[in-house]
Design a protein around this ligand. Sequence first.
Ligand code: TYD
Length: 218
Amino acid sequence: MHKSCFISFEGIDGAGKSTHIEAIAQWWQAQSREVVLTREPGGTPLSEQLRQHLLHDAMDPLTEALLMFAARREHLVQVIEPALARQAVVLCDRFTDATFAYQGGGRGFDWATLHQLETMVQSQPDGSIRQPDLTVWFDLDPAIAAQRLASARVPDKFEAQPQSFFEAVRAGYKRRMQSHPQRFLKVDAGQTVELVRQQVLSGLQRWWQAQQGQGTAA
Ligand code: TYD
């Protein structure tokens, strides 16, 4: 029997995570696993509509946090939980750690309220809270991310924020990693694409071997 494989990818804008998700999808497909590639905010028709508002419209901080979690709830119920139930590998470009980092760290929104929303939205029938099994955090100095983004597309609402916002987002991710150390794989995203890819794939393989070892011992 397969272990649950819910993997999220995090980092500040410009950290380059999207480039590596495809390589990870191929790695799982080579193990003959069904892969569901999805993203937040988004992943269902309704959540993608909410994404348009979230990325482009100015709004009150509580409204922003509530809409992030509303989009997440829909995504969990419609896509993530059914995929995990049929033992697919779910690769999710951002999940709740992004809300703690961006709305909590970046916007300065109350961390305790985010915990309440997380509990409400991600509670499982057995009382546990659904979390990714593994979170790959592409950590990057915001000054380097700003240089990368400057040559990229037209910025959305978050990408247009000043460097100080991303310093606070980065601190939010660090805080989140400190409270969930067992599932975080921190990758130095300041290196070349090839070196980052190697870090991600070797970390993933180590994690997966450890998971299988636990399965055998149980
Ligand atoms: P991103 O994942 O960077 O997608 P793309 O690469 O297509 O631009 O964009 C999503 C943005 O939404 C990103 O700036 C972070 C932000 N975000 C939050 O502020 N809170 C959240 O909970 C999530 C999931 C994303």
